[in-house]
Design a binder for this molecule. Structure first.
Ligand code: NDP
Length: 411
């Protein structure tokens, strides 16, 4: 083995030699109790000497937050929901871990100096804390897609102003980042994101009418939080990811596409003008893109199952059926409308997903509500330029109210 690596090869790969053990990376995990938070802390727990946990946050899962804070010796633990504060304080009393609660405390936690912040709060609730993390001018590992979807230009302007380093955690965007390495902007023809197709990939429109939350929550490949699992079933998740990709990479709306790939092995394909297609493959385990975002550009060993293509046998691809799953096309439409349209789409989708999970609307109503909210917003002149986070949050609030009236009109 050694001889193989010491012979002089024509192509050289970077060789940094033995890396000296660096200072531990100061890490904050926003949304520590969620699916991404848990995967992040699983990696941290395997190399505890490499990390110093500054802050961990949750909304109301106090028991898990306290357990994680103790296990990872966090300095600060914060719950968003103030009614949970007493319990958090009691669970962490005597540990020396500082506690706090409320929205302002989440922002304060995100502002505490850290080398890297894992931004993994779900939904628009993650905007203010993630903005605060970006303002530190250090690394933001971005799982919270809503920052780019709702506040794309505003968020990126904050990132640039602060000199922060933004690394995507979403597997498709992590794949795009890797597949674009060394690319010239003009050489890129198209970026294609893959979608598993979710649990209803083969369901007819008729069957989808009666799809229930517990069926939609059974994702065939990925274990994720409830909101993104429903978004994967409607394929609105792919729509949100197309908007994310638009902001992350220098391509136009028409250079972005989605394709259904049920095995979730190929995460993204970058088509180049010379006919080459560069794709990234990996097991459907978020610890791979999370590890890359935490350690970029270094690659570190992860405990994920090794990809065995022979065992998988075949990789298949299908077009997205825009009739059964209109999410991606609604999202591209919102991107073309520009301004606050994507924030409105995201807010309407959050309200609709919540209504579906509470069995107040049907599965097909989710995309109907998003589309109608966008149409009503346009008719009322509510789609406008967003210059600041406050503009984005105000568009988000208006869209939620509008989406609720659309839901009422359906019942
Ligand atoms: P989860 O629902 O599993 O976790 C969400 C986290 O956010 C929890 O820690 C939760 O706390 C916290 N939270 C929820 N509401 C609030 C609030 N109002 N204020 C503050 N904190 C809150 O979500 P995921 O981990 O699945 O997803 C997180 C983000 O990452 C999402 O934006 C998602 O789209 C994105 N993402 C997720 C992927 C995945 O594989 N899961 C893949 C790619 C992107 P509590 O537990 O107390 O409720």
């Amino acid at each position: 083995m050694t001889a193989q690596f010491t012979r002089p090869a024509a192509i050289k790969l970077a060789d940094h030699g033995e890396r000296p053990l660096a200072e531990p990376q100061r890490l904050t995990v926003l949304g520590a109790t969620g699916s991404i938070g848990e995967s992040t802390l699983d990696l941290v727990g395997r190399e505890p000497e490499r990390f110093e946990i500054i802050a961990l946050t949750a909304q109301c899962n106090v028991e898990k937050l306290a357990r994680l804070a103790i296990a990872h010796r966090a300095r600060l633990a914060v719950v968003g929901d103030e009614t949970c504060y007493a319990e958090l304080k009691q669970r962490l009393s005597g540990t020396g871990i500082e506690t706090a609660a409320g929205e302002a405390a989440l922002v304060d936690a995100a502002s505490r100096p850290a080398d890297c912040t894992m931004a993994a709060i779900v939904g628009a609730a993650g905007l203010r804390p993630t903005f605060a993390a970006a303002r530190q001018g250090r690394r933001v590992a971005l799982a919270n897609k809503e920052c780019l979807v709702s506040a794309g230009d505003v968020f990126l302007s904050e990132v640039r102003k602060a000199g922060a380093e933004l690394l995507p955690v979403d597997s498709e965007h992590s794949a795009a980042l890797q597949s674009l390495a060394g690319a010239e902007r003009t050489a890129v023809e198209r970026i294609v994101l893959t979608a598993s197709g979710g649990p209803f990939r083969c369901w007819s429109l008729e069957q989808l009418k009666d799809a229930r939350p517990e069926q939609a929550l059974k994702h065939p490949n990925w274990a994720m939080g409830a909101k993104i699992t429903i978004d994967s079933a409607t394929l609105m998740n792919k729509g949100l990811e197309l908007i994310e990709a638009y902001h992350l990479f220098p391509v136009g709306v028409d250079q972005l596409d989605a394709v259904v790939h049920p095995q979730s092995v190929v995460h993204c394909l970058v088509h180049y003008i010379d006919g080459s297609v560069i794709a990234q493959l990996g097991p459907p385990d978020m610890r791979t893109p999370i590890a890359l975002a935490l350690n970029w550009p270094e690659r570190r060993t992860t405990p994920t199952a090794k990809l065995d293509l022979v065992k998988i046998g075949s990789l298949t691809f299908e077009p997205v059926d825009a009739v059964r799953f209109p999410g991606p096309s609604i999202a591209k439409d919102a991107l073309r409308r520009g301004g606050s349209a994507s924030a409105i789409l995201n807010a309407a989708n959050e309200i609709a997903v919540d209504a579906f999970l509470n069995a107040n609307i049907g599965f097909l109503d989710i995309s109907r509500i998003v589309r109608q909210t966008l149409e009503h917003a346009e008719a009322r002149g509510l789609i406008c330029a967003t210059q600041s986070l406050d503009d984005v949050l105000s568009a988000d609030r208006e869209a939620r109210a509008l989406a609720r009236t659309v839901i009422e009109s359906l019942n």
